[in-house]
Design a protein around this ligand. Structure first.
Ligand code: SF4
Length: 383
C-alpha cells in the first residue's frame, strides 16, 4: 500500500506573527527582522512609549519615579505584543512600570537568592558543589519589571568587563569539581556572537566541563537575535541547554516559534522557566495554554518559580497556594511533559524547594493510600 506523506507544517501555522504598531508599519522587513535594529529602536522614554500605546497617568508617574533605579527598555517587537488600550495586558505588566515597583516592603531583599554572598570572584556564584552561575553581561533587550536581579541588571556600572570574564573563566578552569556552567546575566545573548563563542570555546576546552546552560529571554523579547549563524555556532559546543523564560501564551508568536526551531534544529535542548506573576499567568488555564504552545515549539516546561522577594516586585507575588493549585490542575489533566516543577527558590540561598499538592492520603507500615488527579483513592502495598 502506498502512503501519501503530508508535509505541510501545520503546527507553525497555528502561531501568529507580531502585528507592527503604526509607527513601525512602514519600516522595512530587513530592519524589523534585524536584532541590531531592534536593539537600537528600543523604547526607553515615555515620549517613545506614547507613540505605541495609550499610557496611563500611573504608568507615566511610575516611570518618572522608577527609571533611575531600574530602566525601562522594550524592543519594538515586544512592544508590538502589548495591547495599546489595556493597562492590564500581560505583556504590558511585564514591561511598563507600575506604582507597585515603588513599594519596598520590610520583607523585601536586595539580593533574595544570596547570589552575591556565594561569589568567590566577581561574576561567579558557586553555591552547589558541581555547578556555577557565570554572569557575562548586565544588559537585556527588555527590562522585565519582575526581574530578580534588579540590583544590577540595567546598571552600566556593573557590567561584566573583559577582566571579570577572564577571572571567571580562570576560576572555572581551576575548579575541577565544576561540571555544569549556567551562562547568565542580564541576558547573555546581549553579548556579541564573537564574545559568546569565545566563552563557549574556553569552557569546552576544559576537560571537567560537561554541559553548559545559556539562560536567555531573547527568545521571548527579541527572537530575531537567534540567527541561523548563532544557532550554527552553538552546534560546535554541544551539549548546549537553553533555559528560557516565557510567561504568557501571547509571547508564543511565529517569530518565537522560528527562533526555537533554529535552536532545536541545531541540537540544543530547550527548557522554560516561568515565573508565577499576579495578573499575568496566575491561572491554570493560562499556564496550560502556555505549556501546550511551548511543547509545539519544542520547549519543555521545566520550572514554575514562585515570585521571589526582590525589592519592588511584591505587586507580582501571589499566595503560594496559587502555584500548588496550578499543578493540581495540570497533573493528570494534561500530558506529563506539560507539567513543570513548582518551586520556591529559598530566600538567602537555600536553593530550589519543590512544592506539590498532597497525593498521599495515608501511610501505615507497608501500606500507602494515594489519591489520583480525580481524587480517587488507591492502595499500594510494599513487598
Ligand atoms: S531578561 Fe532576565 S535578567 Fe533581564 S530583565 Fe528580564 S528577568 Fe531580568
Amino acid at each position: 500500500m502506498a502512503f501519501n506523506i503530508v508535509t505541510k507544517n501545520n503546527v507553525r501555522d497555528r502561531f501568529k506573527r507580531a502585528v507592527r504598531p503604526e509607527i513601525w508599519a512602514n519600516s522595512e522587513d530587513k530592519d524589523w527582522n534585524n536584532w541590531v535594529w531592534q536593539q537600537q529602536k528600543r523604547i526607553k522614554s515615555m515620549e517613545q512609549l506614547e507613540k505605541v500605546i495609550h499610557v496611563t497617568a500611573e504608568e507615566r508617574d511610575a516611570f518618572a519615579q522608577s527609571n533611575e533605579m531600574f530602566n525601562m527598555g522594550i524592543t519594538p517587537y515586544y512592544a508590538s505584543l502589548i495591547d495599546p488600550d489595556d493597562p492590564n495586558c500581560p505583556i504590558r505588566l511585564q514591561s511598563v512600570p507600575k506604582y507597585g515597583e515603588l513599594n519596598i516592603l520590610s520583607t523585601d531583599l536586595e539580593d533574595p537568592l544570596g547570589e552575591e554572598r556565594d561569589m568567590p570572584v566577581p561574576g561567579i556564584t558557586h553555591r552547589y558543589p558541581d555547578r556555577v552561575l557565570f554572569y557575562t553581561t548586565h544588559n537585556c533587550p527588555v527590562y522585565c519589571r519582575h526581574c530578580t536581579r534588579k540590583r544590577k541588571v540595567s546598571d552600566p556600572s556593573s557590567s561584566a568587563a573583559n577582566k571579570q570574564l577572564e577571572d571567571g573563566l580562570a576560576y572555572i578552569e581551576a575548579h575541577l569539581e565544576i561540571r555544569d556552567v549556567v551562562i547568565s546575566g542580564g541576558d547573555p545573548l546581549s553579548n556579541s556572537d564573537e564574545r559568546l563563542e569565545y566563552i563557549l570555546s574556553r569552557l569546552r576546552s576544559m576537560d571537567h566541563i560537561e554541559v553548559f546552560r545559556i539562560g536567555t529571554r531573547n527568545l521571548v523579547t527579541l527572537p530575531q537575535r537567534v540567527t541561523q549563524n548563532f544557532a550554527d555556532m552553538l552546534k560546535k559546543y554541544h551539549p548546549v541547554f537553553i533555559h528560557t523564560h516565557f510567561n504568557h501564551p501571547k509571547e508564543c508568536t511565529q517569530e518565537a516559534f522560528d527562533a526555537c526551531t533554529r535552536l532545536a534544529d541545531a541540537g540544543c535542548i530547550l527548557h522554560n522557566q516561568m515565573v508565577l506573576l499576579k495578573g499575568v499567568n496566575d491561572h491554570p488555564q493560562i499556564v496550560k495554554e502556555l505549556n501546550h504552545k511551548l511543547l509545539m515549539m519544542r520547549v519543555r516546561p521545566y520550572y514554575i518559580y514562585q515570585c521571589d522577594l526582590s525589592q519592588g516586585i511584591s505587586h507580582f507575588r501571589t499566595p503560594v497556594e496559587v502555584g500548588i493549585n496550578i499543578i493540581e490542575n495540570l497533573r493528570g489533566w494534561t500530558s506529563g511533559m506539560a507539567v513543570p516543577h513548582f518551586v520556591i527558590d529559598a530566600p538567602g540561598g537555600g536553593g530550589k524547594i519543590p512544592l506539590l499538592p498532597e497525593y498521599v492520603v495515608k501511610h501505615e507500615g507497608k501500606k500507602w493510600v494515594l489519591r489520583n488527579f480525580r481524587n480517587e483513592q488507591f492502595e499500594y502495598i510494599e513487598p
